[in-house]
Structures are given as C-alpha cells and as structure tokens.
Design a protein. Structure first.
Length: 143
C-alpha cells in the first residue's frame, strides 16, 4: 500500500509520490482535501505504470513537472478545473538536458496508438501524455 503522504515513497520503480502529487505553486503535496481519493490514486498508479513504459522506450530519465493537479490548482498553472490532470490520467515531463523534447516526441509517436495514449502538440519545453479518449484532433492534439 502506498503512503501518499511520504514524498520519497515509490509509486512505481522510477516514480515517487512527490513526482505524482507535488504542487510547486503551493509548496506541498496534494492530499485528501484536494480530492485525492481512491479512484484518483488508482488512476495515478496506472499513469505511472504507463510512464514506466515510456521511460523504457526513451531509455532516458523523465523529470515529472506535473501529474495530479487538484481542480482548484490546475487553473493556476494553465489548465482547467476539469482537465485530465485533475483525473490523474495525465503526466507532463521533460527529458532535458539528456534528450531534446522533439527527439523524445519522435521516439514516442509510433507508440501512441499501441499504448492508447495522446500527446499534446506544440509543446517545446515539456511533453504531455494522457490516457483520455482520442478526440477530433487525434492522438497528437492541440490544447
């Protein structure tokens, strides 16, 4: 069982509670008062398992910049109160300085359909992946 209050607790082999729940603008972890319930926790674990696959494909460390964001926090960092981060099914990360973002995206693209994930287009400093249903803009979507 994961201790969601312990920053260094491993969620999966390469991702910690801090990677999943750190809210930099608030300087703390998300908690149950932020909507962190069992369903969100389960989604976060699934997202980390997906990130493990991506990390293996890239053969490169991923520095997580955002995973779960509470509905009241997400708009502060450019999202919405109903976006995929608020459901725990999205991850933003960088591969810099080890690998350029476009190079990482080029490696990930062939795996979007097999892994049933989407990747946000037009990001230059980070990569956004999520497991939301594919909409009109396709697997590589515009925000």
């Amino acid at each position: 069982m994961i201790n969601w209050t312990n920053l260094t607790e491993q969620v999966t082999p390469n991702f910690t509670v801090k990677d999943c729940l750190w809210l930099a603008h608030w300087g703390r972890l998300a908690n149950e008062n932020d909507g962190l319930d069992y369903d969100i926790q389960s989604s976060i674990v699934a997202t980390c398992m997906l990130a493990e696959k991506i990390r293996t494909i890239l053969n490169c460390p991923m520095i997580v910049t955002s995973l779960y964001r509470p509905p009241s926090y997400s708009p502060l960092v450019g999202g919405t109160a109903q976006d995929v981060h608020t459901k725990g099914i999205a991850i933003d990360f960088t591969t810099l300085p080890r690998m350029e973002i476009e190079d990482a995206k080029d490696i990930i693209r062939p795996f979007l359909t097999p892994l049933n994930i989407r990747m946000e287009a037009n990001t230059t400093d980070w990569i956004h992946l999520d497991s939301a249903p594919v909409g009109p803009s396709g697997r590589e979507f515009n925000p």
